[in-house]
Design a protein around this ligand. Sequence first.
Ligand SMILES: Cc1ncc(C[n+]2csc(CCOP(=O)(O)OP(=O)(O)O)c2C)c(N)n1
Length: 326
Amino acid sequence: MPDGPPRDGDRVIEQLREMILVREFETRVSELFENNELPGFVHLYIGQEAVGVGACSAIRDEDYITSTHRGHGHAIAKGLDIDRMMAELFGKASGYCGGKSGSMHIADIDRGMLGANGIVGAGPPLAAGAGQSIRRRGEDRVCLSFFGEGAMAEGQVHEAMNLAGVRDLPVVFVCENNGYGEMTPAEEQHNVEGFLARGDVYGMPSEDVDGMDVRDVYDATSRAVERARDGEGPSLLVCETYRYRGHYEGDPTTYRTDEEVERWQERDPIETLTADLVEAGELVEADVESMRADARERVDEAVAFARESDMPDPETAFDGVYAEEL
Ligand SMILES: Cc1ncc(C[n+]2csc(CCOP(=O)(O)OP(=O)(O)O)c2C)c(N)n1
């Protein structure tokens, strides 16, 4: 586990800036949802920012990711535009999916974001497919597949990991163990402790990662990505992390204690990185305050863009539902 000074100052400061943007975006989403401005369900990533940001900063623009129902952080880390994300959350025509997807299906194929997904465990098979296409086309790309530890119990995740292992596909499986699948603790959903052995059974290396430290996630992902690019096949990263909010906005969270939440918050990925950077003389507290102010301003702009955008034309209701030509 990395302690002390950062390994590469500029990159780490960018990672901090990005984690702050994710946090501010989602904090605003939580307020907007409470004000009944957003239709549908919202699952927030607050607390888990180091995983999405650390992993996505270890790949290139042309690489792919697959995401989950808790996908805002992955999308922002992959470089999606928060104006269009916010508009999608408002159900507006200017959103990434024309207002049809809401929070849980945001996708931008041009930026390699192959989709958030309301179906638990649906990302890994897409990632195996992306890996297969990379292989067939002889491209120098990789695919990161984010999924929760709850999805580890889904059959299709095992099928995807097996296929990726058998074919040495350039996929990195990034399991975010935040301790709960909906309201059920991980230990009640799985009959073995930890998830590292899941890599062994599919013949891929697995690594336990401190998901509260963006540097640890970046380093582990970089190693796995290098293997994948070298044709050595997939890896499994198990990132230990925590979601501060409920499973969904409005969840009364009666299944865990305030003390447990506070214990994890003591290791907050933004606060601990800030403290390390200040101690190392890389920045001062005022720099972080100004990053926060910039992020809030950027989120204000995104909300204004979303509010001013038009609702989708009812004529477009069936666009994208049926293939135009068989
Ligand atoms: C196939 C499927 N089964 C069940 C659900 C209902 N569901 C939504 S989220 C969730 C828990 C997912 O837990 P995990 O994969 O650990 O992700 P987390 O919510 O912790 O990020 C469940 C069971 C679903 N959406 N899809």
